[in-house]
Design a protein around this ligand. Structure first.
Ligand code: FUL
Length: 608
C-alpha cells in the first residue's frame, strides 16, 4: 500500500473482506491490512475492561451447570443489590456489566412470558422481582454499558432439540430482553450445547437470531456465537502473544462458513488465526477481535467454599497483561453470592487491581507531547525518557481505525553509552504491553521489523510496574494424606502424588481403583485435570466406593465435570451424604472430546 500526502485514502474494509478470485498472497495481505473495526467494535475494544456477572439458580445449588430441574424456590437472594455490584465495578474501572439473564439451566432472571422457569416462580420479591431490570437501572445510574448473556443451550425448555420450536422460543426471549430494557450494548451467546432431553441436537437459526439483534438493538455487539467479538479460546485468562484482530476464522454463527474454517484447520483455540501463510490460503477475512473471559474465582458461579480462592492481585495483574496487554478485551467474571452481593473479598481484590493499574499507568515516562507516529517497515522511532526514571513496562498501541499492521517489533534502550535490547514482540493491535527487566534508559528506540504496510502508532508509553509476589492460589488436592494410597492392578501413583504436573495417563477409558488403606467417611472427591495436554480429561464418570474391594456402591453424583474442557481446574464433587469407603473407583465414561483416553493429574477425597 502506497501512502503519500497526495495519495487517495486507501479503501478500508469494515469488518469483512472477500478476496477477489486469483488474488495473490501479497494482494490478500494488503487487503487484510485494510480491514478495520466497525464503530461498535472500536468502542467495544476501547472499554478494555468488562465484567461478567454469573448469577442464577446455580448460585443456590453450587452447580456450575444446572440440569434445568432445580426448584425455582431455591432462588432467593436475601439482600440483592445491583447498585452494590455496579458501584464496585464502576469504581474499579469496568465499563460494562454482562448478566447471565439465562444460563444453561434455563432459569430466567427476568419475568419472561416464555416459561415459568424464572424469577416469577421464586419467593424472591414474592415473584415480582426482575434482576435484569435492577441491573439495567444500576448501569444507567453509574454510567456503565449493559450486556446480556442468553444461553442458547437450555436444559429446561422441553422443546430444546426440536429446532424450529426452540428457535422461536429463543427469539421470543431475546426479543423481550432487547425490547423491555432500554439500550443493550452487548449480547453474549455461549457456544456450549448438547442434545436436548429428546436426544436431538438443536440446530440454531443464527441468521434469524442475529437478525433480531440487528433489528432491535442495531448498535449492540454480538459475542462468541455472535459475529463482532471472538472467544479467545480458553477460560484461563490467557491471550495469544500473536493476536490478530484481522483474522481468517469466520464466526461460528455463519453456518455456511464452517466448512471453510475446517478446510483451513481453524477453530477458536487455534494458535494461528491470522499469519501471512494462513491468509494466503484463505478466501476472505474478518475483523473479529478477541475477548478473554475468565472468572475471578475457580468457578463461574459463587460458592462460599471458594471464598478463600479468589484470584490474588498478582494473578489478576498477570491476567490484565495477558489479555488487555495482548490485543484483547478482558471480560472478568465477578459472581454475586447468595445474598445477591459481590463478596467482600472480590471487592477488595478488584479495588487492589484498579489501584495497581492506576498507579502503574498514571505517568508516561516518555517525554513527548504526542507519541503518535507512522513508522515504515524497517524504520525506527526514538523517544526521550524522563531522566533517571526506572522503567520495566512498555505500552504500544496501533491506530486500529486504519487496521492492524505490525508483525514484529523490537524495543531498545540507550544507556551506558550504547543501545541495549529491551524487549520484542509480534502483533500490537489495539494494545500491547510488555514487561522487561528494570532499567533507566535515556532514550528508547522502537523498530518495526516487519509490518503489513506502515505502522500507525497511536500511543507509546514507558512505565514502572511494581513487581508482585507471584505465588499462586494453592489448591489442596485431597483432605487426607495420599502418600500411602495404592492403585490396584496398575501403577497410577502420578494420580495422587500431590503434584498436578505429574499426570497419570492411560490409553482407553480406564477405571482407577484406589486403596486408601483405612475406612473413611467420605463426603465427596476432587478431580484435578491436567492443565497442559488436555487429552484424556474426564467429562462423564461414575464413582463407586467399597469397604472390602468386593461389594461396590455407586455414589450419588451428577456424573459430569461440566465445562471442564474450557476451565480445567480442580473439580470438587460433594455427594450430599457420607459413604464409608476404604476403596474408591472412578470410571470414566466419556472423555471431553470422546477420545478413548484417560488422564488424571490428581484425585483426592473430601471429608467435609
Ligand atoms: C462457558 C459456560 O459453559 C460456562 O458455564 C460459563 O458461562 C462461560 C462463560 O462459558 O462455556
Amino acid at each position: 500500500m502506497l501512502l503519500c500526502s497526495c495519495a487517495q485514502q486507501p479503501t478500508l474494509y469494515p469488518k469483512h473482506v472477500v478476496f477477489p478470485k486469483g488474488a495473490t498472497a501479497e494482494q490478500k495481505i494488503d487487503m487484510v491490512s485494510r480491514l478495520v473495526p466497525t464503530p461498535q467494535q472500536l468502542e467495544w475494544q476501547q472499554m478494555e475492561l468488562s465484567a461478567f456477572l454469573h448469577f442464577g439458580i446455580n448460585t443456590f445449588t453450587g452447580n456450575e451447570w444446572g440440569d434445568g430441574n432445580d426448584d425455582p424456590a431455591l432462588f432467593n437472594p436475601s439482600e440483592l443489590d445491583c447498585e452494590q455490584w455496579v458501584r464496585t465495578l464502576a469504581e474499579c474501572g469496568f465499563k460494562m456489566a454482562i448478566i447471565t439473564a439465562k444460563h444453561h439451566d434455563g432459569f430466567c432472571l427476568w419475568p419472561t412470558e416464555t416459561t415459568d422457569y424464572s424469577v416469577k416462580s421464586s419467593p424472591w420479591r414474592e415473584g415480582k422481582g426482575d434482576v435484569v431490570k435492577e441491573l439495567r437501572d444500576a448501569c444507567q445510574k453509574y454510567g456503565l454499558k449493559f450486556g446480556v448473556y442468553l444461553s442458547p443451550w437450555d436444559r429446561n425448555a422441553e422443546c430444546y432439540g426440536d429446532s424450529p420450536a426452540y428457535n422461536r422460543l429463543f427469539i421470543a426471549q431475546l426479543t423481550e430482553l432487547l425490547t423491555n430494557y432500554g439500550k443493550v450494548d452487548e449480547v453474549w451467546f455461549d457456544g456450549a450445547c448438547a442434545e436436548g432431553a429428546n436426544g436431538k441436537r438443536q440446530e440454531y437459526d443464527w441468521e434469524a437470531i442475529l437478525g433480531t439483534i440487528r433489528q432491535l438493538q442495531p448498535t449492540a455487539v454480538t459475542a462468541i456465537m455472535g459475529d463482532d467479538v471472538r472467544w479467545v479460546g480458553n477460560e484461563g485468562g490467557i491471550g495469544r502473544t500473536t493476536e490478530w484482530s484481522a483474522t481468517a476464522i469466520a464466526p461460528g454463527c455463519y453456518t455456511d462458513k464452517i466448512a471453510n474454517n475446517h478446510a483451513l484447520g481453524l477453530e477458536e483455540m487455534s494458535k494461528d488465526l491470522g499469519s501471512r501463510e494462513l491468509i494466503a490460503r484463505a478466501s476472505e477475512a474478518y475483523w473479529y477481535p478477541s475477548e478473554v473471559d475468565v472468572s475471578i474465582r475457580p468457578g463461574w458461579f459463587h460458592r462460599s467454599s471458594e471464598d478463600d480462592k479468589v484470584r490474588s492481585l498478582s494473578n489478576l495483574v498477570d491476567i490484565y497483561f495477558n489479555s488487555v496487554g495482548r490485543n484483547s478485551l478482558l471480560l472478568l467474571n465477578i459472581p454475586p453470592d447468595q445474598r445477591g452481593l459481590i463478596h467482600e473479598t472480590d471487592c477488595q481484590r478488584l479495588k487492589a487491581l484498579s489501584a495497581y493499574l492506576a498507579k502503574t499507568f498514571s505517568t508516561n515516562l516518555i517525554i513527548s507531547n504526542s507519541t503518535r507516529c507512522t513508522i515504515a517497515e524497517g524504520d525506527t522511532k526514538i523517544y526521550d525518557v524522563t531522566p533517571n526514571a526506572v522503567v520495566n513496562t512498555i505500552l504500544l498501541q496501533e491506530d486500529i481505525t486504519l487496521g492492524q499492521h505490525v508483525e514484529e517489533f523490537v524495543v531498545e534502550g540507550f544507556y551506558d553509552g550504547s543501545w541495549h535490547y529491551i524487549a520484542e514482540g509480534t502483533t500490537i493491535g489495539y494494545k500491547r504491553l510488555l514487561r522487561f527487566s528494570a532499567c533507566s534508559p535515556e532514550r528508547v528506540r522502537i523498530s518495526i521489523c516487519s509490518s503489513r504496510g506502515p505502522a500507525h502508532l497511536l500511543n507509546v508509553g514507558l512505565y514502572y510496574a511494581t513487581p508482585l509476589d507471584s505465588s499462586t492460589t494453592h489448591h489442596s488436592f485431597s483432605d487426607v494424606d495420599t502418600s500411602t494410597w495404592q492403585a490396584i492392578g496398575i501403577d497410577a501413583t502420578d494420580a495422587f502424588d500431590n503434584n498436578p504436573k505429574s499426570v497419570w495417563r492411560s490409553e482407553g477409558l480406564t477405571p482407577l481403583v484406589v486403596d486408601m488403606g483405612e475406612v473413611l467417611d467420605i463426603a465427596g472427591f476432587r478431580y484435578t485435570p491436567a492443565t497442559e495436554g488436555l487429552e484424556g480429561t474426564i467429562f462423564n464418570y461414575l464413582f463407586y466406593v467399597s469397604t472390602d474391594n468386593k461389594e461396590w456402591t455407586l455414589c450419588d453424583t451428577n456424573g459430569e465435570f461440566c465445562n471442564i474442557m474450557h476451565n480445567p481446574i480442580p473439580y470438587s464433587v460433594r455427594f450430599g451424604k457420607r459413604y464409608s469407603a476404604r476403596y474408591f473407583r472412578i470410571v470414566p465414561t466419556r472423555e471431553i472430546e470422546e477420545r478413548t483416553m484417560t488422564s488424571i493429574a490428581e484425585i483426592g477425597i473430601i471429608l467435609e
